[in-house]
Design a protein around this ligand. Structure first.
Ligand SMILES: Nc1ncnc2c1ncn2[C@@H]1O[C@H](COP(=O)(O)OP(=O)(O)OP(=O)(O)O)[C@@H](O)[C@H]1O
Ligand SMILES: [Mg+2]
Length: 268
């Protein structure tokens, strides 16, 4: 019998009262793979991620059709309290904006500890140990100092690392990373992408990596889902996306980076 994918999004449609936002999105993520969800600004990448998490950005936005399976559980049929138990533990989300996602008046340590097993406050010591371990793992040379810092005392790259550590606090099987490198310079971008790849190998997690950048895709994804105007157009291996794209739109996206030798070099 086939093993069910870790995540399976099937013909997902999302709308406001007035208009559709996602028309039809279908793709899978397996354990131990990075799937890049690629599309232009406004194509619906973050909306899909938030709907997988069960956290659409406003009350007027709802899933109107489709299914979201985590293994054999249809997340859309779960109650809010069941979903809350899975969030963080089974799947975790690294939001698009590292500064807004952190509380400016709380230390990093407190935020990480509060992210740990929110249903069990008796485990503060192990939460602190795990926070220190993960801060070190994501690249803080002095994790004890980082625990005492406030977000504004950290650089953009360090804040991004904190968010990755926070998402890993409860050892999720699926990580959804929404444009984790957009605000970073090229060197930091490469470091964060390496980190995600290492985490995939170390923990065997599945990663849905949201990006509009095919250069990033070439560097670290295993498979690619192309999204346009709320529709998934093509799902393919990275090699096929670059060498045998099926859709005209994918070809257009590729053409847009053809003049960029660094990106093309990393794609080959
Ligand atoms: N809170 C909201 N209320 C109504 N519509 C929204 C809301 N958030 C996003 N949208 C709409 O949903 C669609 C998809 O937006 P989304 O933020 O998912 O795009 P994206 O692909 O993540 O873009 P970007 O690359 O800029 O982050 C857009 O048409 C956007 O205007
Ligand atoms: Mg977005």
């Amino acid at each position: 019998m086939d093993i069910q994918p870790l995540l399976s999004v099937r013909q997902l449609a999302v709308r406001t009262e007035r208009q559709p936002l996602i028309h039809s999105a279908s793709f899978d993520v397996q354990e131990n793979e990075i799937v890049a969800l690629v599309g232009e600004s406004g194509s619906g990448k973050s909306m899909i991620a938030k709907c997988i998490m069960g956290l659409p950005p406003s009350r007027s936005i709802r899933v109107s059709a489709g299914e979201i399976f985590l293994r054999d559980q249809n997340l859309l049929l779960l109650s809010e309290s069941s979903l809350r138990k899975l969030r963080g533990k089974s799947f975790a989300y690294i939001p698009q904006s590292p500064l807004n996602a952190l509380n400016p008046i709380m230390t990093i340590g407190r935020q990480l500890i509060e992210a740990y097993s929110p249903f069990d406050t008796t485990e503060k010591t192990s939460a602190k140990e795990r926070a220190l371990f993960l801060l070190h793992r994501v690249g803080f040379l002095e994790p004890e100092l980082a625990l005492l810092s406030f977000p504004h005392q950290l650089s953009g790259g360090m804040r991004q690392r904190v968010l990755i550590a926070m998402a890993l606090m409860n050892s999720p099987r699926l990580l959804i990373a929404d444009e984790p490198t957009t605000a970073l310079d090229v060197t930091l971008q490469a470091e964060i992408l390496h980190l995600l790849q290492d985490l995939k190998i170390e923990y065997g997690i599945g990663i849905l990596l949201i990006t509009h950048d095919l250069g990033i895709v070439a560097r670290c994804a295993n498979r690619v889902v192309i999204l346009r105007n709320g529709r998934t157009l093509e799902t393919n291996t990275v090699d096929n996306i670059f060498y045998h794209p099926q859709c005209d739109y994918t070809k257009t996206l590729l053409d847009s980076i053809l003049g960029h030798p660094t990106l093309m070099a990393s794609a080959i």
